[in-house]
Design a protein around this ligand. Structure first.
Ligand code: HEM
Length: 195
């Protein structure tokens, strides 16, 4: 268990670093796509490399963080603790966001940053992934007895200490986004690239 604890600490730090790096690069690329009008150049190339590298390595490390996370406590402890279950939920949300970003970037290729719509979608996914990671890690700090204080701020919006249920309208909205996003990426953007 001590080894799992050490491995969890190492993997979560590296995950966070890689994904923050990727998020910053995605913000710069989206800003370029939407405001500066610059569509080529070595800086764009470099930022795209950073965004992809950070997201790929960060997502692999995120999976390792989840695997080592489960090795921390007996499964009964997770099942009986609401805050721990919320942490697991937030960890999987992060995986869903970063998986979706990678699907968009790998299917659209580098020209993704020439398209405002896809750039904004990527930014939305990266920010969702970033917030989920911050949320997961901050609950981790609380569980380890080293609260960062962020979880107290997050509790103003979502109660992390109790089981929470999303309102029906929000659930329907999430389902619509989940269905619309791949349709948008694989059909609409594909049609545009053929023009
Ligand atoms: C989703 C599966 C995960 C589970 C089941 C899990 C479980 C745990 C548990 C039980 C602890 C407290 C360990 C102790 O008693 O000291 C912990 C700590 C922590 N977790 Fe996770 N975790 C998961 C994923 C993640 C992810 C994805 C991140 C962020 C990338 C993360 C960040 C942290 C941090 C920062 C700590 C505090 C570590 C320390 O201070 O040494 N966890 N986790």
């Amino acid at each position: 268990m001590e080894t799992a604890k050490a491995l969890h600490t190492i993997t979560v730090e590296m995950t966070t670093g890689m994904l923050v790096l990727s998020t910053l690069a995605i913000l710069v690329l989206t800003w370029q796509a939407c405001f500066s009008g610059e569509t080529t150049g070595k800086y764009r190339e470099a930022f795209d490399g950073i965004a992809l590298f950070g997201a790929l390595i960060g997502t692999v490390l995120l999976i390792l963080a989840i695997v080592t996370g489960y090795r921390q406590w007996p499964i009964e402890a997770f099942m009986s603790g609401t805050i721990a279950k919320n942490k697991i939920f937030a960890g999987y949300m992060a995986l869903a966001f970063w998986g979706a970003f990678l699907a968009v970037r790998l299917s659209a290729g580098k020209p993704l940053w020439n398209r405002k719509g896809l750039s904004l979608l990527s930014m939305f996914l990266a920010l969702g992934g970033f917030l989920s990671i911050v949320f997961t890690a901050s609950i981790g700090g609380t569980l380890a007895g080293k609260p960062s204080g962020f979880e107290e701020v997050a509790r103003v919006f979502v109660e992390t200490r109790e089981t929470f249920v999303l309102p029906l309208g929000l659930n329907i909205l999430l389902i619509v986004i989940a269905v619309a996003a791949p349709v948008f990426v694989f059909f609409w953007s594909d049609k545009r690239s053929k023009r």
